[in-house]
Each structure stands twice: as C-alpha cells, then as structure tokens.
Design a binder for this molecule. Structure first.
Ligand SMILES: [Zn+2]
Length: 151
C-alpha cells in the first residue's frame, strides 16, 4: 500500500513539475513586464495604508527585537544585512552571494593596499564596496578613505 502511494506521488510530481515551472516563469515574466505598474501599485498601497503599515512594523520590531539582534550577529544574519544594505544603496549584481564572498575575503584595499577592518562605526580603513553610482555595477573592494576619494 505504501509503495503504491509513493509511486502515485512520484507520477503526480512528475506530471505537475512542468506546470509548476511554467507558473514560476510566468510570474517572473509578469513581474518583469509590469515592473513600473507594480511599483506604482505598491506606492499607492503604501500611501493609503501608511499609518497602519508603520504601526505594524513597529509592533513587529518590538516583538522581534531580541531575536533580530541575535540573528544579525550570526554569519547568515550579517550576510543578509550586508546584502540588503548594498541593494538599498543601488548596487546591482546577478550574484550577490559571490559578491559577498569576495567582499569578506578581501583583506586589503584594492587601491592603496591598507589592511581592511570590519568596524561597528566607520573608520578610514573600514571595508567598503565601491560601485558605479549610475549603473549600480560593482567596481572594487576599498578602504573607506579610497571609497570617499573615488566618490
Ligand atoms: Zn584604500
């Protein structure tokens, strides 16, 4: 009986898999095609529900403060925090994981060769990701001094 069920399940999964792929693809294509429209809708939604969203966010933050604090001290937490920070600054990459690995594994500034540091508050030697501001393209891993000079 169990064998029969598992065989049936396998058949069913194989049968549905292509449909699943099409669904995922369609969603992505839809989002690509309607980027501006979705952005506009999100903005509209935010404007309409601003107070409610703010209240919810605050509530969520209060409830998860301790957990978040702990999470952001783990390697995974540091990584996701860093990547979302880059995205917020307009860095565009097709492989943020690879970018992050390169970032944490670069020990010296690629311009002046000073030893890079990881600091809670920014110092001249703090490790920075330098990107082209107009295209969002990654350029170099630099110390903060060189990053500022390059602009
Ligand atoms: Zn430097």
């Amino acid at each position: 009986m169990n064998i029969l069920i598992s065989v049936l399940l396998k058949i069913e999964l194989h049968y549905f898999y292509p449909f699943y792929l099409i669904m995922v693809f369609d969603k992505k294509a839809y989002r690509e095609k309607n980027k501006e429209k979705i952005k506009e809708q999100n903005k509209e939604y935010y404007e309409k529900n601003k107070e409610k969203i703010k209240e919810k966010n605050k509530e969520f933050y209060e409830n998860n403060k301790a957990y978040m604090k702990e999470y952001y001290q783990t390697e995974q937490g540091k990584k996701s925090y860093r990547i979302s920070h880059w995205k917020g600054r307009g860095v565009i990459s097709n492989d943020y994981d690879a970018l992050y690995n390169q970032y944490i594994n670069t020990s010296n500034c690629e311009n002046c060769n000073v030893e890079l540091t990881e600091d809670r508050y920014i110092t001249p030697t703090t490790r920075c990701l330098d990107h082209e501001h107009t295209t969002g393209e990654f350029r170099n891993i630099l110390c903060n001094m060189c990053n500022i000079k390059r602009g």
